[in-house]
Design a protein around this ligand. Structure first.
Ligand code: TZP
Ligand code: MG
Length: 205
């Protein structure tokens, strides 16, 4: 499968995003048809240290068993211990040149929210872009201003060969707009973690 196809239904979660057992949630989401998973253990209530690694290992194992991409958010020190398929970073994290030289063969994703961020980033080093927040979100405490689907259109025109994943406030009602704007896929947290039925939510996405 191409990376674009693997990014189609991209589930992002840490233990802070659910009241349930994260392993059970991920398992349901995988059964329902997600194509990639990002372990994002971050923000209020998130695990640290050994507990963070332990949960990461369990989630990683599930993804391996089911053949789902496993990406870690920001934590460079988890990439090797968890044998992650890739890493996703934002603008506040270590630069992508450094990460690329450290991990030549890992999938590398970068979040971009503005033209300025695009200009200051070495996009030739990355495998895909995270674009957002597309819509209003309450999941990320320090989310940047909403950029709308027009941002995906602009990125798509400027970088036609780089897969783009929309993130932020995406749900079963608006996911189509994101893909129609040119995204390879949608990255979601609460559309799955807060769903009444995960099976239904993933199917509708
Ligand atoms: N990055 C930009 S918005 C966001 C992240 C991690 C949170 C997305 O969460 P939700 O619940 O899908 O809006
Ligand atoms: Mg970050």
């Amino acid at each position: 499968m191409t990376l674009s196809k693997q990014l189609r239904k991209y589930f992002v979660m840490g233990s802070q995003d659910t009241d349930r057992d994260p392993e059970a949630v991920l398992e349901e989401a995988i059964e329902a048809g997600i194509t990639a998973f990002q372990y994002r253990e971050k923000g209020t209530g998130s695990l640290e240290g050994e507990a963070k690694h332990e949960l990461g290992w369990k989630l990683r194992s599930l993804c391996r068993e089911k053949g789902i991409l496993f990406i870690v958010n920001d934590d460079l020190d988890m990439v090797e211990p968890l044998d992650a398929d890739g890493i996703h970073v934002g603008q506040e994290d270590i630069g992508v040149e450094v990460i690329r030289s450290q991990f030549p063969d890992k999938i590398l994703g970068l979040s971009v929210s503005t033209e300025q961020e695009v200009i200051q980033s070495s996009l030739e080093k990355v495998d895909y872009l995270g674009a957002g927040p597309i819509f209003q979100t309450s999941t990320k405490e320090d989310a940047k201003p909403v950029v709308g689907t027009v941002w995906i259109k602009q990125l798509r025109e400027a970088y036609p060969d780089l897969p783009i994943v929309g993130i932020g406030g995406i749900n079963t009602e608006n996911a189509l707009l994101v893909v129609e704007a040119g995204a390879a896929g949608v990255a979601v947290v609460s559309a799955i973690t807060h769903a009444e039925s995960i099976a239904e939510a993933v199917k509708r996405l």
